[in-house]
Design a protein around this ligand. Structure first.
Ligand code: GLY
Ligand code: MN
Ligand code: MN
Length: 443
């Protein structure tokens, strides 16, 4: 799988239409979209890996584009001002071949020439929307004072609907992640440490740490109870109970975001709980269709988890009471999922077609990243979890219905999360993750 130029051209046609409509609607003559520039650590000449402005990357899906700038004007071929200095300390960015299919490309070795040409190209335009990070470039331009927020909201809203090119890239990102997951699972079975599992993942997925869409979460035992656990212990614990891996892949800039959980002892209660949550997750995904509200799915999963808490003896009341008393919140403290794309947590999950940010999604779940209706071509994660986190169990207001001893027995396992990536289609949905595992396992 590589770069499909035909599909890319269709993607660009679609973007041009979308941006033209948005610019017209919000009264802008053009948009200037910088890729961004590297920032340095304080008082240092080292910088974190470059990540392009996602609005730019959607047009130019190439990782190394520092200081490139795109000018988008209705009814005109977008102009790409590409900065490619001569350098012998680092390999400079280079213009990919396919860029010439979509853009009018100008390459600059000198930043002053690039900026001069951008200033020249925008001089006669009254309202240029600057869509990107505030860099030195912005201070060189006579930018409009018109607020770009409604325009950017509309573009962010549109980013949730993936083109065929984007869907193909996300399938590529899934294949990469799945290769890493299978190797990581094998490493776990062979008794590897978190560090060695992490290295097995990188090796099999052929990604460096800076290629990863987000830092791998590789958690043995109670570490799985830290939602974004960020260390890699060099030693395997004496007694291994469980393994949680949340790790993805990146392909042409697009992300996958995949989590699997394993018990060290097949058939033990923790393993049964994993299987039971897996069934609930698949049951929920199987019911996904157009027009459902993602907030409703999140609430439905809380009811499913309430049933599991009862069935496995963590609570002594009914499932309804566990939901009503918010006991499920202590075991499932994060959202069911989020939009996925050029960012792992793709923006726009709370926007409506009318642009403005929604108010809080619900009193009970104010931090959900995705509250929209499900519409065709959205890609989002479905990632329920059940965790045994002492600080959350201790903070439950009415703990009388929690079986403390039973919960305590599961604290050494940390928790479970199962995360698939789902494409909403006209006919329902397509799970991008499960078939990729099946295909890789069959090879
Ligand atoms: N990997 C981060 C998340 O699942 O949201
Ligand atoms: Mn996720
Ligand atoms: Mn994840």
């Amino acid at each position: 799988m590589n770069f499909d130029r035909t599909s890319f051209r269709h993607h660009i046609e679609s973007l041009r239409g979308e941006w033209e409509r948005a610019l017209n609607e919000h009264g802008f003559d053009a948009a200037l979209v910088p890729a961004g520039t590297n920032s340095y650590y304080f008082a240092d000449d080292q910088s974190p890996p470059f990540r392009p402005n996602p609005h730019f990357a959607r047009w130019v899906p190439e990782p190394l584009t520092e200081n490139a700038v795109l000018l988008v004007r209705p009814a005109m071929t977008p102009k790409l001002f590409f900065y490619q200095p001569e350098d012998f300390w680092y390999v400079p960015p280079t213009v990919p071949d396919w860029a010439n299919d979509a853009f009018d490309v100008a390459v600059y070795q000198e930043a002053e020439h690039q900026i001069k040409d951008i200033v020249e190209a925008t001089r006669s335009l009254a309202n240029v929307a600057y869509v990107g990070p505030d860099t030195e470039l912005a201070s060189n331009l006579a930018l409009t004072t018109k607020d770009v927020t409604p325009l950017v909201d509309q573009l962010d809203y549109g980013r949730s609907f993936k083109t065929a090119f984007e869907i193909t890239n996300m399938k590529g990102a899934t294949e990469i992640g799945v290769r890493g997951h299978l190797a990581a699972h094998r490493a776990f079975l062979s008794g590897a440490s978190e560090f060695d599992i992490h290295m097995a993942y990188l090796d099999a997925s052929k990604q460096t740490e800076s290629d990863l869409p987000y830092p791998n979460i590789i958690a043995l035992n109670e570490h799985a109870g830290t939602l974004h656990y960020q260390h890699y212990d060099r030693l395997t614990p004496k007694n291994v109970h469980s393994f949680l891996i949340d790790a993805g892949g990146k392909f042409n800039g697009y992300h996958s975001d995949i989590t699997r959980s394993y018990s060290a002892v097949p058939g033990d209660d923790f393993d049964s709980l994993i299987q039971a949550l897996d069934e609930k997750q698949q049951g929920l995904i199987n019911g996904i269709g157009l027009g459902l509200s993602y907030l409703d799915l999140h609430e439905r999963m809380h009811h499913d988890i309430a049933e599991l808490l009862v069935a496995f003896g963590f609570v002594t009341c009914s499932a309804e009471a566990a939901f009503d008393q918010r006991l499920t919140d202590a075991f499932f403290p994060h959202g069911l999922g989020h939009l996925l794309g050029l960012q792992t947590h793709d923006v726009g999950g709370r926007l409506t077609a009318g642009q403005a940010n929604n108010s809080k999604p619900s009193d009970r779940f104010p931090t959900l990243r995705l509250t929209r209706q499900i519409e065709a071509n959205q890609i989002f994660t479905v990632e329920p979890g059940i965790y045994f986190i002492p600080m959350l169990i201790d903070s439950v207001k009415n703990p009388a219905d929690i079986d403390r001893d039973r919960v305590q027995a599961f604290v050494p396992f940390g928790g479970i999360r199962i995360e698939d990536n789902v494409l909403a289609t006209e006919n329902g949905h397509e799970n991008l993750t499960r078939p990729a595992f099946e295909k890789a396992l069959a090879q």
